[in-house]
Structures are given as structure tokens and as C-alpha cells.
Design a protein around this ligand. Structure first.
Ligand code: EPU
Length: 343
């Protein structure tokens, strides 16, 4: 255990963005791929479950983890191929996502700018198939390298094999892999995606728009709508935006003409913002004040982060999550699915 640098009974309160009191029976930082075999053998010999942690920006922990938490700290960025039109960039999974986005812009590799300021690591970004302002990471994935938690064997996944869906992938749904690196295919030519309404203001720009300007605007929008996770406990959007049949969407819109509705190109379904449903649910004022971000009802917060957070806060938060689900189900006949992982 000593050789493997595994620690016992470690607090993970500062290692996830919700800032809740959380401990793990065993904990280790993964700094080299070569550690993986030994760590998996250790877990197997003790019959411990294994949890892979990136930046901890998509989880709500409620109790001590009774297994081994491996936090991915693998670093490294390397352009492995360049053509006239694109670059293949290999990035280790423990790299900070936002820093990577800024670095790609500076080095004239384009595509990631709409996903500026999303907290977490590159590995977490792939697992969750992060997205913002009409761009998601899957479209830039060339391949993903991961180790099986069962066999310890390494596998390179093509983009298709990753089974990306809205905020989901094979790595999130099966929980059987530790992602170690990713190859991104980024364009040498900047093509802005300004379909998201608040970004359209950039369209009127008289001079030629740069990736840096788009990134800056995205950062501005996020700062104005979302809490600063350094100060307020949060895991971003708590629920996925539900997709319902067009018939159901039309029926609901007759009842609630002001309800926003988005039609996804080529899909038979319509998307309703979960934030709107929660805002218009019958959740009590008391719960709203304590648990919802005042500027965005889809963001569940821990306002006590950094202070003396009660040990029951995680469990109380989950109770409110369930209450929100039941209120939205009763009010609108829609089931909200958490995109944050509850432990
Ligand atoms: N809305 C309300 N009330 C609210 C919040 C939102 O009515 O309290 C309505 C508004 O009509 C607004 C619409 O919902 O126009 C959409 O809101 P917003 O643009 O903030 O986006 P979202 O659908 O809530 C999604 C992603 C975000 C991503 C933004 C921008 C999901 C679950 N969330 O949020 O991703 O940044 O779009 O693209 O898909 C995350 O996943 O953690 C995340 C922050």
C-alpha cells in the first residue's frame, strides 16, 4: 500500500465542487499510467469498489465511499499530427478542461471555444460528453484511451465506440473504465458557432470575429448566469433537459404558452428546459431559498461551502432532488433525470 501511495480515510471535501463533507476509505492520486495495474490489484485483493474522480465537478456525495477513490492527475499535451486543415492533439485525462480550451485558442486549434469555463478535467469532459452553447465535445473526439477496471487492459476507443449521447457515454453508463488520454481533432480554421441566442450579439461585430472573442463572451455569459464554484457549492446543471414527444410538447404548450421549447434538428423529440420546469413547479419557497441558485433553477447549490457544512447536508440535498422530481412529475408529467452522479 505504501509503494502505491494509497492513503487511508481521506477527506474529499476539497476534491469535489459541491464542497460537502465526504470521505473515502482509500484514496490515491494517479500520476502515471504504470500505477494502474497495482492499484486495481490492490482493490481486487481487498474486494473494494473503485471510483474514478476527475475534477469532482459532477457529483453529489452523501456518505463515506467504502472503496478506493482514484483521482486522475495525469498530465500532458502533445500535437501528434498536423495537416493544412486540422491538428490531432493528444491530451492526458487529468488536465484541467478550461486551461486546455484557452491553450488551444492561443495555439490556433479551434472548436472548443463555446465550452470555455466548464469546470473539471479532460477525462470528466469525455465521460459526460460535456456541452455548452450548441457545441459538445463528442464532435472533436478522434479516439479515447482507457483501462478496464475489470481486466486492467488498455483499449483505444474510436469515437463510435464511445457511444456518445446527450451528456452520456459508454464510460459514464458502464462505470468500468479509467480514461487516461484523449485525441482531439481540432480545426486550423476558426468557424464560430453562434446559434445560441445570447451569443448572436457577436454576429453584428464589424471586424472579423476571433475565437478569443467568442471564448470571452461565453465566459461573460457563464459568469452572469452560473455561480462561481470556488465560492458556492454546485455541480452545474443538476438534471438533464428532458426530451419529450412533439405531441406531448404541443399539449403542454397549450397549457403553458410561455414555456420555452426547443426542436432539435432531425429529431422527433422536443427539449424542454428543466430550469423552467423547476422554476414553475410547486417546490416550497424554503427549499428554493436554501437549495436553488437564485439566477437559475437548474443549479442546485450548497451555500455553506467553505464554512461549517453540516454532515447531513448531502442527504438533505438528495431529499430535495427527489422532491423536485416528484413536483415536476406531478405538475407536468415529466421525469427529470439527474445528470449529476449521486454517491
Ligand atoms: N430557464 C428558465 N428558468 C430558469 C433557468 C432556465 O425559464 O431558472 C429557461 C430559459 O428560457 C432559458 C432556457 O431555460 O432560455 C435555457 O437555459 P440556459 O440557456 O441557461 O441553458 P440550460 O438548458 O439550462 C444547458 C446545459 C448547460 C449549458 C447551457 C448552455 C444541460 C443540462 N445544461 O443548460 O450545461 O451551459 O445549456 O448551452 O443540458 C451543465 O451541464 O452543467 C451545464 C451548465
Amino acid at each position: 500500500m505504501k509503494d502505491l501511495a494509497i492513503q487511508k480515510n481521506v477527506s474529499l471535501q476539497d476534491r469535489h465542487t459541491f464542497g460537502l463533507p465526504w470521505k473515502s476509505r482509500f484514496f490515491v492520486e494517479l500520476e502515471k499510467e504504470e500505477q494502474i495495474a497495482g492499484l486495481l490489484n490492490f482493490a481486487k485483493s481487498k474486494e473494494l469498489p473503485v471510483l474514478i474522480l476527475g475534477g469532482g465537478s459532477n457529483m453529489l456525495p452523501t456518505e463515506t465511499y467504502k472503496g478506493l477513490v482514484i483521482q486522475n492527475k495525469l498530465t500532458g499535451r502533445e500535437v501528434i499530427k498536423e495537416t493544412k486543415t486540422f491538428s490531432l492533439l493528444q491530451v492526458a485525462a487529468g488536465e484541467d478542461w478550461h486551461k486546455l480550451v484557452l491553450w488551444t485558442i492561443k495555439n490556433e486549434m479551434f472548436g472548443l471555444e463555446n465550452m470555455s469555463l466548464i469546470p473539471g478535467t479532460v477525462g470528466g469532459a469525455v465521460v459526460q460528453n460535456i456541452g455548452a452553447y450548441d457545441v459538445d465535445i463528442q464532435r472533436f473526439i478522434y479516439s479515447v484511451t482507457a483501462y478496464s477496471l475489470n481486466t486492467g487492459k488498455k483499449k483505444v476507443f474510436t469515437r463510435d465506440e464511445c457511444k456518445f449521447e446527450y451528456r452520456n457515454s459508454i464510460f459514464k453508463s458502464s462505470d468500468l473504465w479509467v480514461v487516461t488520454s484523449v485525441i482531439l481533432k481540432l480545426s486550423k480554421k476558426f468557424k464560430p458557432v453562434l446559434t445560441y441566442k445570447p451569443l448572436q450579439i457577436l454576429q453584428s461585430s464589424t471586424s472579423e470575429l476571433t475565437a478569443k472573442e467568442v471564448s470571452r463572451e461565453v465566459i461573460k455569459i457563464r459568469r452572469s448566469k452560473l455561480p462561481d464554484w470556488n465560492r458556492v457549492g454546485t455541480a452545474g446543471s443538476f438534471f438533464a433537459n428532458p426530451r419529450v414527444s412533439k405531441t406531448k410538447a404541443r399539449r403542454l404548450q397549450k397549457l403553458y404558452p410561455e414555456m420555452p421549447l426547443f426542436y432539435n434538428y432531425g429529431s422527433t423529440k422536443a427539449t424542454i428546459p428543466a430550469g423552467w420546469l423547476i422554476e414553475h413547479s410547486s417546490l416550497s419557497e424554503k427549499n428554493r431559498k436554501e437549495f436553488l441558485y437564485h439566477k437559475h433553477a437548474l443549479i442546485i447549490v450548497n451555500k455553506e461551502k467553505g464554512g461549517d457544512v453540516s454532515i447531513t447536508k448531502g442527504k438533505r440535498t438528495v431529499a430535495v432532488v427527489e422532491r423536485i422530481q416528484s413536483k415536476v412529475s406531478q405538475g407536468f408529467g415529466i421525469d427529470l433525470r439527474p445528470e449529476v452522479r449521486i454517491f
